[in-house]
Design a protein around this ligand. Structure first.
Ligand code: URA
Length: 172
């Protein structure tokens, strides 16, 4: 499995955040892979994916379905923080996924891939429209891809909380 080196130069994002890209974490034997969008400020500082406010809510959502983050493989579509947390651009997604996420997808024997938010869904299920498919599992060979609302959505808009919870409850 290829992890991004501290001096990655595949796209300009690498030089914008802390010294190193934020690599995926978790056991290669994980049954569930969680794929977020890109590191935010906390992740950029600590070098761990989905550990900030959205990550705390993710922990709660996992707990509700009997999972612990330690048992999951957690990563992002793009490994470096985009300026002001803007969504990663197509070229950044292509550079990062083509090199790193593709190798993570091959190297971890997961059964369920949770595509967290619209950016991850666009990459993992290119034919799907996020608003119509979130919460619905898609078979992909021997794996299932589940697009879900990003926990950050519920932090920005409390009214989305029940939709976020319903999506994540589909993991089992
Ligand atoms: N932090 C991450 O690591 N990923 C996200 O998608 C959002 C915040």
């Amino acid at each position: 499995m290829i992890q991004p080196p501290p001096n990655c130069s595949l796209c300009p994002l690498a030089s914008q955040g802390r010294l190193a890209p934020v690599a995926g974490v978790g056991p290669r034997t994980a049954k569930v892979m969680i794929v977020g969008e890109a590191p935010g400020a906390t992740e950029d500082r600590l070098g761990i994916p989905l550990i900030g406010p959205a990550g705390k809510l993710l922990d709660e959502l996992l707990q509700k379905v009997g999972l612990n983050r330690r048992d999951c493989y957690i990563t992002n579509i793009v490994k470096c923080r985009p300026p002001a947390n803007r969504p990663p651009e197509q070229l950044e997604v292509a550079a990062c996924t083509g090199h790193y996420l593709s190798s993570e997808l091959e190297g971890v024997a997961v059964r369920v891939i949770v595509a967290v938010g619209a950016t991850a869904t666009r990459y993992l299920l290119p034919a799907a429209t996020f608003s119509k498919t979130h919460g619905l599992p898609h078979k992909d060979g021997g794996r299932v891809i589940l697009p879900v609302y990003h926990p950050a959505a519920a932090l920005h808009n409390q009214q989305l909380r029940s939709i976020v919870e319903r999506d994540w409850a589909m993991i089992p």
